[in-house]
Design a protein around this ligand. Structure first.
Ligand code: SF4
Ligand code: SF4
Ligand code: FES
Length: 265
């Protein structure tokens, strides 16, 4: 292992790290961050996730899509000189000098067990499964903690009022990272409750999508089997040609767009 690598990973002398850390910002290249209490020098342009990998960490948990979608990389951090605890996604947040970082790949929030098919769309179902809903003290910390700008306190309020449709709509961008629950003084598992609301809304309240029902029926009846077999048997060159020549939906097309070739519809 190179000396620089050894120092980055904490195998080198701590004093050397700290001296380099003080000089690093002047170059604009390497900045000091602190991962679980230990200092590392990392390029200032990296996200927290890439900076930790640069520092020698290997993600086994706490990393999924790397694109701000899966919610696996919840991170709590504080900046030097501040008392304020901040939250973010490690794959989306760029490092800053002297961030103190801790990963929260899993948060042990209560998740109710139930047979979804036996639930109705009555709000009382949610009240029964999650009575802690009414422990909310309206502090709004959940909203402030959310990296996806979900107005989680409003979601909780809507749920308490029995408005499942509103809760489903307001929580649509939730990626289940758990950060809201980690800051909740009422100890609510907001994201699990909101997910149940979305499931109930999608399954038992929203109008049925007829076009989706038709598509599912077509798949069930084996309408695409022949074409799937053809693709499975195709060699790489054939697949590339088909892929490159396929008719693509224009980027700004409206919802009535249909391809010229309707054979596969
Ligand atoms: S609402 Fe909660 S679980 Fe959902 S993205 Fe925001 S902080 Fe994460
Ligand atoms: S953090 Fe908890 S107590 Fe505070 S508003 Fe959100 S759900 Fe309510
Ligand atoms: S790795 Fe999926 S949201 Fe960050």
């Amino acid at each position: 292992m190179r000396k620089a690598e050894a120092e980055q990973r904490g195998d080198g002398p701590a004093r050397t790290q700290s001296v380099e850390a003080e000089a690093a910002p002047a170059t604009g290249r390497l900045i000091p961050v602190h991962v679980m209490g230990k200092q590392y020098l990392v390029p200032e342009t990296l996200t927290i996730m890439k900076a930790m990998e640069y520092a020698g960490f290997k993600f086994i948990r706490g990393c999924g899509c790397r694109g701000g979608i899966c919610g696996a990389c919840a991170t709590v951090y504080r900046k030097a000189g501040e008392y304020k605890l901040r939250t973010g996604l490690a794959c989306q947040t760029v490092v800053e000098p002297h961030m103190y970082l801790a990963q929260i790949p899993f948060y042990p929030a209560n998740r109710a067990r139930f047979d979804f098919s036996s639930l109705t769309a009555a709000p009382e179902e949610i009240f029964r499964l999650y009575p802690e809903l009414f422990r909310c003290v309206a502090c709004n910390l959940c909203t402030k903690a959310c990296p996806m700008d979900v107005e989680m306190m409003d979601v909780v309020s809507a749920l308490k009022q029995g408005d499942i449709a509103k809760a489903a709509r307001l929580s649509f961008n939730c990626i289940q990272c758990g950060l809201c629950a980690s800051r909740c003084m009422g100890e609510l598992p907001q994201y699990h409750i909101a997910q149940l609301a979305r499931r109930i809304y999608g399954s038992k309240i929203a109008p049925r999508a007829e076009h989706l029902a038709r598509a599912v029926a077509a798949v069930s009846e084996g309408r695409y089997e022949e074409w799937l077999k053809l693709l499975m048997a195709a060699d790489e060159e054939d697949l590339r040609k088909r892929y490159q020549e396929r008719e693509m939906e224009p980027p700004m097309s409206d919802e009535d767009w249909v391809p010229a070739d309707k054979e596969y519809l």
